[in-house]
Ligand binder design. Structure first.
Ligand SMILES: Nc1nc2c(c(=O)[nH]1)N[C@H]1C(S)=C(S)[C@@H](COP(=O)(O)O)O[C@H]1N2
Ligand SMILES: [Mo]
Length: 361
């Protein structure tokens, strides 16, 4: 555990760039506090501070009227919107892949749920006036690479997705400034999509008439094309790949934590979270016998289409032993979780999770 600027103690994956994981017990809260929200950067050079008076968000390229907007312009010249959305790194839970894959060895803490306040991306694009050839919208932030040969972190969305009214250029997270380490002063929020698209320290939105071909779209963050959950087998890798998008349905255990020891006759409340790409979780089932039989859990009220959803299940252990719990979510369009999930990059993990608990005297 380390204490990074503006953060509580968190699990450190790497320090340059800073990559920090949220300890699991914070997921007992519906909204993840800013000072424990996970941190994931690709490039080593971040400004130590950003001056809110001189900072400008530039919107340029295939637009009628290029814009350079201050934070104050965003707050005063556009309608504010607030949306609850789960940010989840596509590499979340990578350390659990079997066989293991290279990359950040995250447990389940590369995600967080927050209320994001800002301006609709479509309102900004409208204000700049799209030219009719507009095709891809490209997002860049203030972070930079240490070595000139490292490609800058730049992401793109097809115009159709960029105009989706749920996308927000956020200037607040949970009602406060976005922490520097989470992308102050502006973060693109793409509800329901993996957080790789949620460009932080967003300083430029560039509209172009053709496909953006940058490294972080063309080479990185690809998953097997047209395959459910981006699944492939180590001995027969997919040959066609595509950029990832919407989040898969999945569920995790939050409490009890792994290797907890429970007592015979003492009821415990299991709790966990279920999430998807915005269709909505409709049921979460739990198994106490390694997946042979399943029981429904109770769902908390929905906090919004793009939020995670909490499930609960009371269990009264009647005998000693080791129990293999499993949890499985299903969403409104009938998507559920696979028994086994794997791909070469360790992305979008959503296999049915197991939690082993011991019951003692
Ligand atoms: N500018 C910039 N934005 C970025 C990244 C980055 O490296 N640079 N990483 C992306 C990835 S992969 C993730 S998972 C999220 C993490 O956001 P957080 O650090 O606020 O948790 O930011 C995304 N936006
Ligand atoms: Mo990520």
């Amino acid at each position: 555990m380390v204490i990074a600027p503006g953060k509580q103690p968190m699990r450190l994956l790497t320090d340059r760039p800073m990559n920090l994981e949220t300890p699991l017990h914070y997921f007992l809260l519906d909204y993840t506090p800013n000072d424990v929200f996970f941190v994931r950067w690709h490039l080593a050079v971040l400004p130590d501070k950003v001056d809110p008076d001189t900072f400008r968000l530039r919107i340029d390229g295939h637009v009628q009227k290029p814009l350079a907007l201050s934070i104050n312009d965003l707050k005063t010249k556009f309608n504010p919107v607030t949306i609850t959305a789960l940010a989840q790194c596509s590499g979340n839970s990578r350390s659990f892949f079997d066989p293991r894959v290279p990359g950040g060895q995250w447990k389940n803490g590369a995600m967080g749920n927050a209320k994001w306040t800002g301006v609709r991306l479509c309102d900004l694009l409208k204000a700049a006036g799209l030219k009719k050839e507009a095709f891809d919208v490209v997002f860049n932030g203030l972070d930079a690479a240490l070595m000139p040969e490292t490609p800058d972190f730049v992401k793109s969305l097809r115009l159709e997705k960029a105009l989706d009214t749920t996308l927000v250029v956020a200037y607040e997270m949970n009602g406060k400034e976005i922490p520097l380490l989470n992308g102050y002063p502006l973060k693109l929020v793409v509800p329901g999509w993996y957080a790789t698209y949620w460009v932080g320290m967003l300083s430029n939105i560039h509209v172009q008439p053709d496909t953006f071909g940058g490294f972080w779209m063309k080479t990185a963050y690809l998953v097997p094309k047209g395959v459910k959950n981006g699944n492939e087998k180590p001995d027969s890798l997919a040959t066609e790949m595509q950029p990832m998008g919407k989040m898969d349905v999945r569920s995790i255990f939050v409490t009890p934590e792994p290797d907890s020891i429970l007592a015979v006759g003492e009821t415990v409340e299991f709790q966990g979270l279920a999430m998807d790409g915005g269709d909505g979780i409709v049921s979460v089932e739990i198994s106490a016998d390694g997946g042979k039989t399943w029981k429904p859990t109770q769902l908390d009220a929905e906090l919004g289409k793009f939020s995670w959803r909490r499930w609960r299940y009371k269990w009264n252990p009647t005998s000693e032993g080791t129990f293999h719990f499993k949890v499985k979510a299903t969403n409104a369009v009938g998507d559920t979780q696979p028994e086994h999930h794997w791909n070469r990059s360790g992305y979008m993990r959503n296999e049915i999770e197991e939690l082993v608990v011991k019951v003692g005297k």
